[in-house]
Design a protein around this ligand. Structure first.
Ligand code: EPZ
Length: 423
């Protein structure tokens, strides 16, 4: 273990009791960016207390906005004055800083944001974002690690957000935020129709924006001259909910997961129809039990509403317990399999191919020291540690803090033997 803190898990416990899903990280990051679109005060609720969220708020403060935390999960933003430049230091803290481009362009007519680096998911280009902004009248320039946009006359346009691997989520969010204050009508075709984009659009509507087609892949936006303040409560985190659902199938004993919206997870839950006797959905919760007869699967992660790429690493852990050969493919991030090397240190026996992995289950996992390569890989390694024989030590656990609030405490509250060790 070579970092200042790591997480230790002793596997084998069945997890029982109530676990609450937090507010959605990815919806919150977009809502925070959108609060820059008005000079009036916005109040955002159900915002998870995560490092990515805190970093996003600190970027807003550095841009000149007033930011106040009213409660652990409630924030107020008053962007009376807003600068145009997001520094390299700020921008490099999280990918979602790129979501500020559209809001700053709409607010100031110009934006300078550090280019998001690549990461362990593979390439993270923004060509689709920039192509759309150019169609709306923006001039794009690059200088060093920065991209700058200027648009003296930001106007509506008709374009597609489709990329080689499907629609871009933050790209869609970016152009929606530019379009709500652009002159005229914008038609965004092949828009990402993820629930987080719908949250953003509903918040913008409450601020006075005019958006048709919310929840579909064609958004029609009539630009307005200004937006007013509004209050909005973020949806719950469907990726966290899906992670806990898989945890229940792996080691749950009447594990009750509160705040799961099954309509946000249809493409994921469709794969578990054969396991209906192991879970029971009621209203906004589900009770899940360990399944000891998992069958192999062919999982294909693809754009919403299909199986979410952010649950791809976690479902691979489930496949290691299935009796037979499974295949997990990721059409969005074909390089998102670094975690497999770490799972193989635990005896998973995963074979990495180009854009997919093959798993010959079942495999009895054994505890090991493993490295967390990204947020969702971290979640997968936690799931593996919970069912492994012996102790697992997870290094670089700060990645998990980016997307799962107080996850050790919440897992301990349902019986997991998990502790954070400050070395
Ligand atoms: C968002 O990332 C999420 N992040 C990701 O969640 C999520 O995995 C991803 O959408 C896909 O659902 C946030 O919302 C902050 P993309 P994003 O733009 O927007 C290609 C997590 O763990 N592409 O939809 O960056 C790109 O290479 C994170 O919470 C272009 O080609 O993803 C990729 O293959 C991880 N050109 C695909 O599209 C572009 O201009 C999807 O990327 C943009 C993207």
């Amino acid at each position: 273990m070579n970092s200042t803190s790591y997480t230790k898990i002793k596997g084998g416990n069945l997890l029982e009791g109530n676990i609450d899903v937090s507010g959605s990280k990815n919806a919150s990051l977009q809502l925070i960016a959108a609060s820059l679109l008005t000079r009036e005060t916005c109040q955002l609720g159900n915002i998870p207390h995560l490092t990515d969220v805190l970093n996003m708020f600190s970027i807003l403060k550095n841009l000149g906005a007033q930011v106040e935390q009213l409660d652990r999960h409630v924030w107020q933003v008053s962007a009376l004055r807003v600068g145009e430049r997001v520094s390299q230091e700020d921008g490099s803290k999280l990918r979602a800083s790129i979501c500020l481009l559209g809001a700053l362009l709409a607010r100031n007519g110009s934006a300078v944001v550090a280019l998001p680096g690549g990461c362990n998911l593979g390439e993270r280009p923004i060509d689709l974002h920039l192509r759309a902004f150019e169609k709306m009248g923006a001039e794009v320039n690059f200088s060093g690690d920065y991209v700058s946009l200027t648009a003296k006359d930001l106007h509506g346009a008709d374009f597609s957000m489709m990329g080689p691997r499907g629609a871009t989520v933050t790209g869609t969010a970016n152009v929606v935020m530019a379009a709500v204050l652009a002159k005229g009508e914008t038609i965004i075709r092949d828009a990402a129709c993820d629930p987080e984009i719908s949250d953003l659009c509903h918040f913008l509507e409450k601020m006075g924006a005019s958006i048709d087609g919310i929840g579909t892949s064609t958004l029609r936006i009539n630009g307005v001259t200004s937006l007013h303040g509004a209050e909005f409560t973020a949806q719950y985190d469907r990726i966290e909910a899906g992670t806990f659902f898989l945890m229940g199938l792996l080691c749950g004993k009447n594990l009750k997961i509160n705040h799961i919206n099954k309509y946000h997870l249809q493409g994921f839950l469709d794969y578990f129809g054969a396991y209906k006797k192991y879970f029971d959905f009621q209203d906004d919760f589900v009770v899940v039990n360990r399944c000891d007869s998992l069958m192999p699967a062919n999982i294909v992660a693809a754009p919403h509403p299909l199986f979410p790429t952010d649950l791809q690493p976690q479902v691979t852990v489930l496949c290691t317990q299935a009796k037979g050969n499974s295949l997990v493919q990721d059409k969005i991030f074909p390089a998102r399999f670094l975690y497999a090397d770490e799972l193989n240190k635990m005896g998973a026996g995963i074979v990495k191919r180009d854009g997919f992995v093959e798993i010959a289950g079942p495999k009895s996992l054994r505890g090991a020291s493993v490295q967390i390569t990204d947020l969702r890989a971290g979640a997968a390694l936690v799931l593996a540690g919970l069912i492994a024989e012996g102790e697992t030590f997870l290094d670089k656990v700060i990645h998990v803090d980016r997307g799962y609030e107080n996850f050790e405490e919440r897992l301990r509250s349902v019986g997991a033997d998990i502790t954070r060790v400050i070395a």
